[in-house]
Structure formats: structure tokens, C-alpha cells
Design a protein around this ligand. Structure first.
Ligand SMILES: *[C@@H]1O[C@H](CO)[C@@H](O)[C@H](O)[C@H]1NC(C)=O
Length: 167
């Protein structure tokens, strides 16, 4: 199994990921299918993202743009094209173009549904709202997240490439 190496202890990064659901591992060419959206544009932070899934776009919002440091929540929405009895997330994080870290994390396992959306079927809309840690620290520069999720069949459920620019 290719998921043997998944880290169970990296909850913190799952969360960041899902800030992500800011995206990873799409071929670069796939990224041109969808427009770049702006999730936030304030004097402190700018967040842009793009779906890297050739079939569907993704919705990504922040709880507050100007006040993201004190209300660090993000919400990601997408439509399911297959069920997610199992859901595996993969995250890559880059800072100013330099690779920082990569994590794989199971969000849903057959007998271990960690989230309410685990087990949702094709055609259902999934909205994930998550706390983003780390924003209380002063951040500088470009943070690029590449996040993608696959299900029990290895089918890509969602893919996001997001960049947060801290001024
Ligand atoms: C997507 O990823 C590339 C790096 O692979 C980055 O240069 C680009 O700015 C990203 N796009 C968005 C919208 O974050």
C-alpha cells in the first residue's frame, strides 16, 4: 500500500493544509484549467488560489480577510464526484519558492471517520471549515500550498494551489 508512510500525528499540518486546501501534485499544466481567485486582499495579507483539478473548480474563503490573525479560519467547498469512505490528503508547502515540507494525512478511513463529511456520496457538497494555526506569529513573504485529496479508489477528489502573501 502506498499509504503506509502516512503520518498520523500531523494534525497541525492537516489544518494548514486545508487552509490550503490551499493544493499539490497536480501536473503544472493542469493548473491552467481554472482562473485564479482572490480569497483575501488586505494591506496585511493577500490570498489567491486556483483549482488544479481539470474537472472542477474549488471554493475557498477566509473567516475574515483584514482580521485573519485573530480569526484564523478557512472554509473550503467542493462537489463530490465519488464517495469518500476514505480520503487521503497530501500537502506541499513552499516559502518564497523554497520547498519546506510535505505531508500525507488520512482524513477519512473506513473505520475511523475523523470528520463529519467522511462517508459522503457522489453529488454531495462538502464544506470543510478549519482553524489555521501559526497565524499569531508574524509571517513574511510568499507561502505556497499545494494540496490534493484522493479517495479509496485513488480518484482525485480535490486539488488546490494557493498562495498567501504576507506584507
Ligand atoms: C501555483 O503554484 C505555482 C508553483 O508551482 C506558483 O508559482 C503559483 O503562484 C501558484 N498559483 C497560485 C494561485 O497559488
Amino acid at each position: 500500500m502506498i499509504y503506509k508512510h502516512i503520518h498520523f500525528s500531523m494534525k497541525l499540518y492537516i489544518v494548514v493544509v486545508i487552509l490550503s486546501m490551499l493544493q499539490l501534485s497536480s501536473g503544472d499544466t493542469e493548473e491552467d484549467y481554472w482562473p485564479v481567485h482572490t480569497a483575501c486582499n488586505s494591506d496585511k495579507i493577500q490570498v489567491i488560489y486556483r483549482s488544479c483539478d481539470p474537472i472542477q473548480d474549488v471554493g475557498f474563503t477566509l473567516s475574515s480577510c483584514s482580521d485573519i490573525m485573530t480569526q484564523p479560519y478557512v472554509k473550503v467547498s467542493f462537489l463530490l464526484r465519488q464517495s469518500i469512505d476514505e480520503l487521503y490528503l497530501s500537502l506541499g508547502l513552499f516559502h518564497n519558492g523554497v520547498f519546506i515540507v510535505h505531508y500525507d494525512e488520512p482524513l477519512c478511513l473506513k473505520n475511523f471517520p475523523r470528520f463529519t463529511f467522511c462517508g459522503n456520496r457522489r453529488g454531495e457538497m462538502v464544506t470543510i471549515q478549519m482553524f489555521v494555526p501559526g497565524l499569531e506569529h508574524p509571517l513574511k513573504g510568499h507561502y505556497n500550498f499545494k494540496v490534493h485529496c484522493i479517495n479509496q479508489n485513488g480518484f482525485q477528489i480535490g486539488c488546490v494551489n494557493a498562495t498567501a502573501i504576507f506584507h
